[in-house]
Design a protein around this ligand. Structure first.
Ligand code: FES
Length: 122
């Protein structure tokens, strides 16, 4: 199995470099204490706490999925942000987390988000 190199500059100021198996998800590995500085919460693309800016390796990542598009918005995607919980890595990557979590696009833009029933969602 191929190993890939991951460099994480975490929100707490720590930097961790590790080799992980191809196909790894960093939030899953954080749950296994492999990346203790990584900030995350839901693991499902809903909270944005795992949002990170890709410094190197964007070309090896899949296109953003609908959860990333909805939560990050076009502006943060264009700045190189991705949701680590939505990525299964197959090539080397270096990412940094901002000290303050990225706000969801609907909060930054002052728009409301509604579920399929039309009920406002926070
Ligand atoms: S951990 Fe919540 S969006 Fe990734």
């Amino acid at each position: 199995m191929t190993n890939i190199r991951v460099v994480l500059h975490a929100a707490d100021g720590s930097t961790r470099e590790q080799f992980v198996p191809a196909g790894s998800n960093l939030v899953v590995l954080a749950g296994l204490r492999r990346f203790p500085g990584l900030r995350y919460s839901c693991g499902m693309g809903r909270c944005g706490r795992c949002a990170s800016r890709v410094l190197q390796g964007m070309e090896g990542l899949p296109p953003p999925n609908w959860k990333e598009e909805r939560l990050l918005g076009a502006d943060k995607l264009a700045e190189g942000y991705r949701l680590l919980c939505q990525l299964y890595l197959n090539s080397d990557v270096e990412v940094v987390q901002d000290p303050v979590p990225v706000q969801p696009a609907w909060k930054r833009q002052g728009t409301e988000r509604r579920d399929l029933r039309g009920v406002r969602v926070e």
